[in-house]
Structures are given as structure tokens and as C-alpha cells.
Ligand binder design. Structure first.
Ligand code: PLP
Length: 406
């Protein structure tokens, strides 16, 4: 009998929709041409595929296809936006504002820019994961050129007040960039209506293929330019050289179209399943906490701490069957608690006891029921073995206990 595998880790990557695969296949052999070959039908066919995909992607986010640059994924799009804007606008100022809860692709790009002379402010977030708008506004100086704030957080699903941030940026004439990787294709995302000038996203988080992504760059009011970070044949309006990955781009286009047509029904169905998962665990178990603002978050995500249960250990009890992520990251030899959850003010123990569940288009209700069941058993098992849980049940105030180091 094969082990049933349940995938609740869609924020890490999504399966490629079979309809996307089908659209990609002809571009590996029948239409294999180089989209930059302007002089023969092989090139024209490939270029047609790319043009059509660019329209599909643009339509999903309500922008012009001229404002879409294809890249290898969100990491590259984040790098290009941050480094490209810094290089292009550093005469105007060297100050960039971002959040401590951003993805590493943004944080590490900012770290690199600091070495190149940028002054970066990493704003804290409130306990619910949202940026404090007054703190943001107060951080803007006459040297600020860019605010970079993610649309939705990958660990908690928390959605930032994008429109209000856009208004603040407009008020001070500062560019607004967003890593929208976790939001595009899942909820309506309209950068122009939101005041966002640059926006990064990727295929493999929206049922498209891996290794392809896009950067939206606003072309009018204001006309935004980024300095290329990769030089060569001058593809993608000179902003990103390199022969286009035509099958993957066609896949991203198809994924964008499917998302446009289906995201509302997917979101409705998944938020019901997500709520069922949360409620089921709360009904079955004590000391269960949902992390992040529950009113401003993605419909398919929940990040839950099971107090006094070590998340990595808990995962071991069911990871043959259920794929999720824990709130700890393995850095070299030690398990570090998630910096995102720490930024929300969770203590070490609650951060270490957290699990992220991210549902997706192919998640079935029966899988959620099984997850509730297995999680309940896992948590009970871990707590049965835990002296800390026993002390807690005996009413001992754990905060007051003086632990001795060995
Ligand atoms: C996954 C992810 C990325 C990286 O995307 P790749 O396409 O894998 O490079 C960047 N930002 C966020 C928020 C993500 O979730």
C-alpha cells in the first residue's frame, strides 16, 4: 500500500497545473525557435508565444504588456528592482525603506546595497505583522528613493495595507516596489490602482513552472527605469539580457490566465477549508495560536503555534504523509526560529512551535480532514512525552521557573 501524501506547503511551491504543462509542450520541439530570431518563421513562432504570454500576464495585473519584463523568478525580479533602482536613482538619494519581515531575496539584496553605499531602514512590524503607517511615513527623508514592502507574507499570509502605503509614497514622491510573489494569482492585485511602481512575482507559486518570473515596471506617471543587472543581447527592453525561456514564459502566461479566471472560486473554496483546518485543530487541542492578523491575510494560509510542542519534532511525526513548513529554519548546525515570527514578537518557544499550512488549487477537503486528525495525534503524542507540558498541566508557572544551563 502506498503512503498517502498530502501537500499543504503551496507557499513553498505549487504543482504545475496540467493545463499549463499542455500549453508549454509544443514550445520545446514544434516551436523551439529563439524569440529574438527576427528573420525566419522559427523565431516568429516563438516570439508569438512570448507576446501572447506577456498579454496574459499583463491582463492578470491590469497593466500594459510593455510593462512586463520576464526574468528567471521572483528572486531575480527582486534583485533587479532593488539594485536597478538604486543604481538608476542614487544621484537623487541613497535611502531605501523595507520591512524586517521581507523575503530573503529582498533583505539580502538590501544588505548588498548597504555595502555599495545605500542607507537601508528595516522597519519593524506590529504584533499582527502589519506595518505601522505612521512609523513608515516618519521614516521617509529627503534622501529616500524607494519603499519596498511585500504584498503578502510568505510565512503568515498577512496582507499589507498596500493602498495606504502607495498614498504615502505618492505624497513624498518616492518609488514603491513590492514583492507580490505570494499574492499574484491568488487575490486581485492591481499595482497601478495601488500606487505600486515595481512588482515582482514568479511562476512556480501560481501553478506555473519553476525558473520563470516577471517584474512589472511602471512606464508612465512616473516613467520608472532600472539599470540592467545582467548585460548581453539587450533583451526585454535592455533591462534583462538573455535568450528567453519560451516554454516557461508560455507556461507563466497560461498560469496567469487560469488564475484570472479561477482565483475567485479557488479563494472562496480554500478559505473555507483553511477555516475548517483552524477550527478543527482548535476544537481538538488546547493552547493553539494563530499567528498574524487573521482579517488581513491570504485565504489559503494559516500559521499556527502549538504551545510547548517543538515544531520540527512535531513535523517528524507526520512528515511521511503531510507536507508543511515549520517556523524554524535550519541554518548550519542550529535550528533558528523564524525571523518573521520573531519580528511579530513571538517568543522563541512559540516561534519554534509553529507550523505553516498553505493550501492550494489541488487541495481536497478529505486531505484537510486527514491533516486535522494527524496533527491532533502528533501534538498529543509530543505533549504526552513532554515534561514541560506536564508542568504546565500541573499549574506550574513556567515563566517563574529558574532553568539551569547544563
Ligand atoms: C518564493 C518567494 C520568492 C522567490 O521566488 P523564486 O521564483 O523562487 O526566486 C521571493 N519572494 C517571496 C515572497 C516568495 O515567496
Amino acid at each position: 500500500m502506498s503512503i498517502q501524501k498530502i501537500y499543504l506547503d503551496n507557499n513553498s511551491t505549487t504543482p504545475c497545473d496540467p493545463r499549463v504543462v499542455k500549453a508549454m509542450l509544443p514550445y520545446f520541439y514544434d516551436h523551439f525557435g529563439n524569440a529574438a530570431s527576427r528573420s525566419h518563421p522559427f523565431g516568429w513562432e516563438a516570439e508569438e508565444g512570448v507576446d501572447y504570454a506577456r498579454e496574459q500576464v499583463a491582463e492578470l495585473i491590469n497593466v500594459s504588456s510593455k510593462e512586463i519584463i520576464f526574468t528567471s523568478g521572483a528572486t531575480e525580479s527582486d534583485n533587479l528592482a532593488l539594485k536597478g533602482v538604486f543604481e538608476m536613482y542614487r544621484r537623487k538619494g541613497n535611502h531605501i525603506i523595507t520591512l524586517t519581515t521581507e523575503h530573503k531575496a529582498v533583505l539580502d539584496s538590501c544588505k548588498k546595497l548597504e555595502k555599495m553605499g545605500a542607507n537601508v531602514t528595516y522597519l519593524p512590524v506590529k504584533g499582527d505583522g502589519l506595518v505601522d503607517l505612521e512609523v513608515l511615513e516618519a521614516a521617509i527623508t529627503d534622501k529616500t528613493i524607494l519603499v519596498s514592502i511585500m504584498w503578502a507574507n510568505n510565512e503568515t499570509g498577512v496582507i499589507q495595507p498596500m493602498k495606504a502605503i502607495g498614498e504615502i509614497c505618492a505624497k513624498y514622491g518616492v518609488l514603491f516596489m513590492s514583492d507580490a510573489t505570494q499574492a499574484v494569482g491568488k487575490i486581485p492585485v492591481d499595482p497601478k490602482a495601488t500606487g505600486v511602481h515595481l512588482m515582482a512575482f514568479t511562476g512556480h507559486k501560481m501553478y506555473g513552472p519553476k525558473g520563470v518570473g516577471a517584474l512589472f515596471v511602471n512606464r508612465k506617471n512616473p516613467r520608472v527605469k532600472v539599470t540592467a543587472q545582467q548585460d548581453g543581447g539587450g533583451h526585454e527592453r535592455g533591462m534583462r539580457s538573455g535568450t528567453l525561456n519560451v516554454p516557461a514564459i508560455v507556461g507563466l502566461g497560461t498560469a496567469a490566465e487560469l488564475a484570472r479566471l479561477e482565483m475567485d472560486q479557488d479563494a472562496k473554496r480554500l478559505s473555507k477549508l483553511r477555516d475548517k483546518l483552524e477550527q478543527g485543530l482548535k476544537d481538538n487541542l488546547e493552547e493553539v495560536y494563530v499567528n498574524g492578523n487573521v482579517h488581513h491575510r491570504m485565504p489559503h494560509v494559516t500559521n499556527i503555534s502549538f504551545k510547548h510542542v517543538e515544531g520540527e519534532g512535531l513535523m517528524m511525526t507526520f512528515n511521511q504523509n503531510i507536507a508543511v513548513s515549520s517556523g524554524s529554519a535550519c541554518t548550519s548546525a542550529s535550528l533558528e526560529p523564524s525571523y518573521v515570527l520573531m519580528a511579530l514578537g513571538l517568543g522563541d518557544d512559540l516561534a519554534h512551535s509553529s507550523i505553516r499550512f498553505s493550501l492550494g488549487r489541488f487541495t481536497k477537503e478529505q486531505e484537510v480532514d486527514m491533516a486535522i486528525d494527524m496533527l491532533t495525534k502528533g501534538v498529543n503524542h509530543m505533549r504526552d512525552l513532554s515534561p514541560i507540558w506536564e508542568m504546565y498541566k500541573d499549574g506550574i508557572d513556567l515563566e517563574a521557573v529558574e532553568w539551569t544551563e547544563h
